[in-house]
Every structure is written in structure tokens, then in C-alpha cells.
Design a protein. Structure first.
Length: 585
């Protein structure tokens, strides 16, 4: 199964690798040039040392040549330092580019990304795998420069004497095969290792999200065991990785000295026949080491193998198709919403089944139903946080998929049951959006959401850091509502965004929310009868289908509708509304 998956993912992985190289082309070219210059300086040094030795044995002046050797050594140190700096820059910028691209794509995918990969695994790919994949441009540049060492060594041996190069070339195919096998095997081992790491990260993210439940159940030890259950598999993958590298190094260490000895033996014979000088024998010995020095190549190939496997994991995420957007705009309107034969599948199960629903512009529709009826998914589809698998959604007569992204997001505002609250300060949090709301709009929205009072009681008011602001679940919901109010739009969707509010606060916000507003349509996912009673109409969702649409008072006559609100004290009390009175009679 893994092999089929890897082969399927190889093409996107290669495409992403090429994109990374193109993105950092100039920096990689500079790194390659500097590294190649360092290799060239390293190739020059044996020749200089050999010539200096010959002059010394002949009794000729050598001060100038010794100075030349020292200059080459200093140049080597300088070039190596520059290569290290350029390599770090290449790695950092490639990693930043990959993380930016992956983050943007994950956000474009929306909930589908977490459903497909899991939050923990996505974080592992974004942090660890992106850093490993980001080393590819620098490692490739360094590998190309490192290849110049063996090639230059062979050429230099040929210039000293063709027989020396012939001896080395006789064993070159063996070294090439060893390196090729190592590159192939290490990529497979690293891919397995990274895959298991992702599973551990996913399990850890789940446990962190549910830590209160785990602690309340006293199940810390059991959860720890569950999270770390893949460790033996991780260990096996890691050991396979090191065994592959160890075997490659051992084979190279076996072959390379034999070739070095062969070159030295031939050089000795040539020296005895007076075809080589002592200095040329010294240079030949150094060039033989350079020509058979596969240690650097093995190291760079290992880095490339890890980078290749990591790039493949990033490419899996990027291969998931993100929803496309049109270029159209909206005509004048007040948010008439239409769902036409909308169907949606999740995990192979039909969650929404041929839903037909129309919300007249400027009105409020409450969507109610038992848990699992598909309410939250309907709310996502209504504002195109998710796309239906069948049917279409229209806003003021225009299909949502035909709208430009900015036009859509400006037209639709959301508030959620558990809102994420990004932003440094409370004011930033409420202003957060495609375009930031003004300070006046932020405060007006906070007053509408009945959040202004508790915000002003915070140590620094609206300037209080969001992370440091103590708040209840209901206060967080009010901040989420304020953010939705601050950005306007013709369609407001509340996905159970009032569930944590106390009854009095909910009543006040609902009165504000449902006040006559001919310019805005409101879609509410409601779990309380009081909320449904204040809406203009109610859509009763049952097992993914719209069972009935009417006023709360009309639907309350149905026992099964009343059962939807079982356990809701407001449903029994029906405080202050006609439906409640009718329920008690």
C-alpha cells in the first residue's frame, strides 16, 4: 500500500522540488559557485604542495611557493565560511517559502485539511518536514560542488599520468552504484520514519485538545501509552535508516582504500622508472583521496534523501485541490440565500441529502435539529466554508462559486460556538478580518454584542492582550459576535454562537441581532427554543433533510419537533413567547 502511495505522490513531490529550486535559484547558484570555488582551491593545493616539495628537494628557493600554499589555505577557509553562510540563508528562505505556501493552502482547504490529515500531522509537516525539505536547495548545490572534487581529482591524476586516472576509473562504477543504491534506500527509510512521526504528532494534538477529559477520567497513563504506541515502529524505521547509511559507508570505506592503494602502487612504479617526481607522487596521493572521497557525497545524499521524503509529505497536502473562486461580483441585494438540491458526504456518509431551502433577504431563519442532523455542515456550505458534493448555493441570485474571493468574504460574516480569537489585543481580535475594522466600528460592534462592559473592565480595556484576558466561554462568544458585527456584510451566519450565553444576555443579544434589518439576512443554528421562537422562520433539519419550514409556533404542534429541544429548560418554560404558552397548555 505504501509503495503505491509513494509512487502516486512522487510526481507532485518532484514538481514541488523544482518549484523550491526555482524560487531560490539565484541564492543556490551563488552557493554552488562559492562551493565549487572552494573545491577548485582544494584541487589546486596538492599540486602546489607537490611542486614546493620538488623545489625543496632540488635546493631551489621555496619561500614564494610556501606563501602561495598558505594563501590557498586561507582562501579555502574564507570560501568555506561563505558557503556555510549562504547555505544557512538558502535553507532558511526555502523553509520560509514552503511554510508560507503550505499554510496558505491549508487555510484555503479549510476543514477538509484537518479531516484529511489531522491537526497534529499538519503541524508536524509544517514545522519539521518543511524544515527538512528546505535543506534541499543548499544540499543540492553542495552536492554539485562536492562532485567537482572526484571529477577534478580524476582529471588531475590524468594530467600527472594517464595510468593513474585509469586505475581510479576502473573502480568508479562500483562507487557510483553504491551511491545510487544509498540514495534510493535512504529515501524510502526516511519516508517511513517521517510518516510515523506524523502519527505520533496527531495523537499528541488530540490529547492536548482533550486534556481536561483525560485528567477527569484519570486516564493519563493510558493516553500516554496510546500516543507513544508507534515508538517501536519509529525505532525500527530509524534503525533501518542508520543501517542503510552504515552499509553504504562501510562499502565505500572498503572500496576507496583499495583504489587509493592501487593509485599509490602505480605512482610508486612510475617513480621508480623516473616518470614521476616525489612531489608528483605526493600530489597523486592527495588527488586519489579526493577522487575516492565519497564521505561528503554520502552525507549530502543523506540530506537530500531526508529532504526528498519531507517534500513528498508536503506535496501530499498541496495536491489536495483547494476550492476555486470566480471573478464575479454581487448585484445590489439584501442577502437572499438559496440552497438548491444541496448534498454533502462526510466519511462516506450522507450528511445533507437534497436540501432545498430559501431564506428571503432581510429575514432571519433558525435551523434546528437533533445532534448529527447536519446543521453545522449546512452553515459551512451556506457561506462557502465548504463546498457541497451536489447542488449549488446562491446569494442574491449569484452562485457562491462564481464570486471573487474578496467579494464573497466581504458579503458573508460568521460567528461560531467556539470562536478562534486571533490578534494581539482585544481590539485586534474584534477588528480581525480581510480588512481591519476601524476603532469606532470595533467599539460599536462590541456594544451590539454586549461585550463592551466586560472589555472595559479588563486591565487595559481594548488594549489588553487577548492571551492574557480572563474570559468565560460566553464572553469569548460575545467577542466572536462582535467581530462578525464589525465587518458587516449582507449575510450573517451564526453556528450555535449563543450557546454559552446566560439566558438574560442571550435575550438581549437576540433582540439586537433580530431587530428589523432589511439589508441583512441572518442564518442561525439554534439549540434553544427561545432563539428559534424569535426567528422569522425555522427550518427543521432531520437526518440531513429539511423536514419542515415554518414559524416556531407552527412547528411546536409537532411532538417530534418539541423533542428536538429536550433537555433545554427554555423549551419547557417558553419564557415570554406564544410557543411556550402553547407547549404548556
Amino acid at each position: 500500500m505504501n509503495s503505491r502511495h509513494d509512487s502516486a505522490a512522487s510526481a507532485p513531490g518532484r514538481t514541488l522540488s523544482r518549484a523550491v529550486l526555482r524560487q531560490g535559484g539565484a541564492r543556490c547558484a551563488a552557493l554552488c559557485a562559492v562551493s565549487t570555488a572552494a573545491t577548485a582551491a582544494g584541487l589546486l593545493l596538492p599540486a602546489l604542495l607537490g611542486h614546493t616539495l620538488d623545489l625543496l628537494l632540488a635546493g631551489a628557493p621555496v619561500a614564494r611557493w610556501v606563501g602561495g600554499c598558505a594563501g590557498v589555505v586561507l582562501l579555502l577557509a574564507l570560501l568555506d565560511g561563505c558557503a556555510s553562510v549562504l547555505g544557512g540563508v538558502c535553507d532558511a528562505q526555502a523553509t520560509a517559502w514552503l511554510r508560507g505556501r503550505l499554510t496558505g493552502h491549508v487555510l484555503a482547504l479549510g476543514p477538509r485539511a484537518e479531516a484529511r490529515f489531522g491537526a497534529g500531522d499538519l503541524v508536524a509537516r509544517l514545522i519539521g518536514n518543511a524544515a527538512q525539505a528546505g535543506t534541499a536547495p543548499g544540499a543540492l548545490a553542495a552536492l554539485l560542488a562536492a562532485l567537482a572534487g572526484p571529477v577534478g581529482g580524476v582529471v588531475a591524476l590524468g594530467l600527472i599520468d594517464p595510468w593513474l586516472a585509469a586505475v581510479l576509473l576502473a573502480g568508479a562504477p562500483v562507487l557510483a552504484l553504491l551511491l545510487r543504491a544509498f540514495a534510493r534506500d535512504t529515501s524510502a527509510c526516511v519516508a517511513d520514519y517521517q510518516r510515523v512521526q506524523g502519527r505520533i504528532a496527531g495523537a499528541l494534538a488530540e490529547a492536548v485538545g482533550g486534556f481536561r477529559t483525560i485528567r477527569a477520567a484519570g486516564a493519563e497513563d493510558r493516553e500516554t501509552a496510546r500516543i507513544l504506541a508507534p515508538l517501536p515502529e519509529l525505532s525500527r524505521a530509524g534503525h533501518r535508516m542508520w543501517r542503510v547509511q552504515g552499509r553504504a559507508a562501510a562499502r565505500a570505506v572498503t572500496v576507496a582504500p583499495l583504489l587509493n592503494l592501487g593509485v599509490l602502487a602505480v605512482a610508486g612504479l612510475l617513480l621508480a622508472r623516473h616518470r614521476l617526481s616525489v612531489g608528483e607522487v605526493l600530489a597523486a596521493s592527495r588527488y586519489a583521496v579526493l577522487a575516492t572521497g565519497v564521505g561528503v557525497l554520502v552525507g549530502q545524499l543523506a540530506v537530500l534523501g531526508r529532504a526528498r521524503a519531507a517534500t513528498g509529505r508536503l506535496a501530499e497536502v498541496l495536491a489536495e485541490p483547494a476550492p476555486g473562486h470566480g471573478t464575479g461580483g454581487l448585484p445590489p441585494g439584501n442577502g437572499r440565500l438559496e440552497l438548491r438540491a444541496v448534498g454533502a458526504l462526510r466519511g462516506g456518509r450522507t450528511v445533507l441529502d437534497a436540501v432545498d431551502l430559501t431564506v428571503p433577504g432581510g429575514t432571519t431563519l433558525a435551523v434546528v435539529g437533533r445532534s448529527g442532523a447536519g446543521k453545522s455542515l449546512l452553515a459551512q456550505i451556506a457561506g462557502r466554508l465548504a463546498d457541497p458534493d451536489a447542488g449549488e448555493v446562491l446569494l442574491d441570485g449569484v452562485r457562491l462559486r462564481d464570486l471573487a474571493h474578496g467579494e464573497l468574504r466581504d458579503a458573508v460574516a460568521y460567528a461560531f460556538e467556539r470562536p478562534a480569537l486571533p490578534g494581539t489585543t482585544i481590539e485586534d481580535t474584534i477588528a480581525f478580518g480581510r480588512t481591519a475594522a476601524t476603532p469606532d466600528a470595533v467599539r460599536a460592534a462590541a456594544r451590539r454584542a454586549h461585550a463592551d462592559d466586560f472589555v472595559r473592565r479588563l486591565p487595559d480595556g481594548y488594549a489588553t492582550r487577548t492571551a492574557d484576558a480572563p474570559r468565560s466561554g460566553g464572553e469569548s462568544q460575545r467577542l466572536g459576535l462582535a467581530r462578525a458585527f464589525a465587518h458587516g456584510g449582507r449575510l450573517l451566519i451564526l453556528d450555535d454562537a449563543l450557546s454559552s450565553l446566560d439566558t438574560v444576555t442571550e435575550h438581549r443579544i437576540t433582540e439586537t441581532l433580530l431587530a428589523a434589518d432589511a439589508g441583512r439576512t441572518r442564518l442561525l443554528i439554534a439549540h434553544r427554543a427561545t432563539t428559534a421562537a424569535r426567528a422569522d422562520r425555522v427550518a427543521w433539519l432531520d437526518a440531513g433533510r429539511v423536514r419542515a419550514v415554518g414559524t416556531h409556533r407552527e412547528l411546536w404542534r409537532e411532538a417530534e419537533y418539541r423533542a428536538v429541544f429536550a433537555g433545554d429548560a427554555a423549551a419547557d418554560a417558553g419564557v415570554g413567547d406564544e410557543a411556550g404558552t402553547e407547549a404548556r397548555s
